[in-house]
Design a protein around this ligand. Structure first.
Ligand SMILES: Cc1ncc(COP(=O)(O)O)c(C=O)c1O
Length: 459
């Protein structure tokens, strides 16, 4: 088996290296100036990352001229694909007028209105420059409003990369009654652990135990209405409804991190599930391909941001590029045409892909599955039930090498996916591109079938 693994690995890697020689050259040069040759962990992979020259619609082209169907969409951001004509026109016009004018612009109001009109929890919204900033400010808003410091986060939940939320990004691998809090890595102060409580995604008991234990101290509970980065695991409606009830019962706020999931419904996943949080963190699609974030919420909470330097009850929120003109006009052009019909279309493509992957596993007599919701799809090399981040990690741990090879082999076949095995659809994508993707996934799985290790209890 080991020799077979080595041969498959060598074959996939050598074909990748052969067809991407320019990327290899750029990467070698980059390492002289950038540690690891990159500034973004998610786009780096071995033997070298791909250097993309351009994108158009649902397609990407690398510097060697290879064409890919883009299922990454800049990590779920580019809902209209690359160079959408309406977005490009809006941005080109703005470029001639100035990129950021250190003054509010009607485009900021317009994007605000587009969000407030469709997002159930949003009475008012403010803009930031990333999803990381969005969750930072959502938590700051909750802390300011409740005058409390602690918050409850999900074990294995990813809410951006600021210190306060870089805790248990990898879930506790020895789960007990409550998750053991652990900072994600070097450079994050241990002191952030003073203000955190953790519960398991999908599990009401651990959430209630924490809310009870820290009664009167927790400013908010933050969670995604689908566990995105760790498995694209969709919760039950009852779980989200109960979390809403629990936060009311224990007199704390509920924050939904919809940075990734806003694209899944016209009013985000909160509208789909009919559960309205107090605050919502936003990002990705609302910036039309430009750096963006936002936090929106109840009037009484958001009113604190009507800043008055002599009012101790108000909160100062600044940022050199907050609400910058380029992002605002791109966001307006994007959301205007990301209407209910477009949501239905992109979700339909994702559903087709998810069903197709499930069928492919069955037809190959492999144990595997695709999870997610609508336009976001995640592949797993186990058919165990996946309820939380721990289940996801248990499925992936025996197959780290398979996952890497799956990614690389799909690149060899012109399918650009995230290295962690997710697929995002977009409006310019066609049904026939989904069929092509499914064919390539099938052939790739056939090659990798002998290498897959099923986790315990999955044989
Ligand atoms: C759920 C969630 N929250 C926050 C973030 C952070 O967003 P950004 O990368 O724009 O800082 C991400 C990014 O992937 C995310 O998926």
């Amino acid at each position: 088996m080991a020799a077979n693994t080595d041969n498959v690995k060598k074959d996939i890697e050598s074909r990748y290296i052969e067809r991407t020689s320019k990327s290899q050259k750029y990467y070698t040069e980059a390492r002289k100036y950038l540690p690891g040759g990159e500034t973004r962990e998610s786009t780096f992979f071995k033997p070298h990352p791909l250097y993309m020259e351009r994108g158009k619609g649902s397609k990407l082209y690398d510097y060697d001229g290879n064409e890919y169907i883009d299922f990454v969409g800049n990590y779920t951001t580019l809902i209209h694909g690359h160079c959408d004509p309406d977005v490009t026109r809006a941005v080109a016009t703005q470029l001639e007028l100035g990129t950021v004018l250190a003054a509010p612009d009607p485009s900021q109001t317009e994007l605000g209105k587009l969000i407030v009109d469709r997002l159930p929890s949003a009475d008012l919204v403010r803009f930031t420059n990333s999803g990381t900033e969005a969750t930072h400010w959502a938590i700051r808003a909750a802390r300011a409003f409740t005058k409390r410091d602690m918050f409850l986060k999900m074990d294995g939940g990813y809410n951006g990369s600021h210190d306060a939320v870089e805790i248990n990004i990898i879930p506790d691998l020895n789960p007990q009654e409550l998750p053991e809090p652990k900072i994600a890595g070097l450079g994050i102060p241990q002191s952030v652990l003073n203000d955190i409580a953790l519960s398991y995604y999908g599990d009401l008991d651990s959430a209630e135990a924490q809310l009870k234990k820290h009664r009167g101290k927790i400013a908010a509970v933050i969670l995604e209405p689908m566990l995105g980065s760790l498995g694209m695991i969709i919760p039950t409606k009852e779980y989200l409804q109960e979390m809403r009830e629990l936060t009311k019962k224990y007199d704390t706020l509920l924050i939904f991190d919809e940075v990734m999931t806003f694209r899944l419904g016209a009013g985000g996943l909160q509208e789909h599930f009919g559960v309205t949080p107090d605050i919502t963190a936003l990002g990705k699609v609302i910036g039309g391909g430009f750096p963006v974030g936002g936090f929106a919420g109840r009037q009484d909470i958001m009113d604190m941001f009507e800043y008055d330097p002599v009012d101790p009850e108000s909160v100062n929120h600044s940022g050199t590029f907050n609400g910058n003109n380029m992002t605002m006009v791109a966001g307006v052009a994007t959301l205007k045409k990301f209407d209910k019909k477009a949501v239905k279309y992109t979700n339909g493509l994702g559903n087709k892909l998810r069903v197709g992957i499930d069928e492919t596993f069955k037809s190959l007599r492999m144990k595997g599955q695709a999870t997610g919701f609508g336009s976001l799809v995640q592949i797993h090399f186990t058919d165990n039930e996946l309820k939380n981040a721990y289940d996801y990690v248990m499925g992936i741990l025996p197959n780290m090498e398979v996952q890497k090879l799956f990614h690389l082999e799909l690149l060899n076949r012109g399918i650009f996916t995230a290295k962690r095995g997710f697929f995002a659809t977009c409006t310019p994508m066609t049904e026939s591109e989904i069929d092509t993707c499914l064919e390539e996934v099938k052939e790739t799985l056939e090659v990798l079938k002998p290498l897959v290790n099923y986790p315990e209890g999955n044989r």
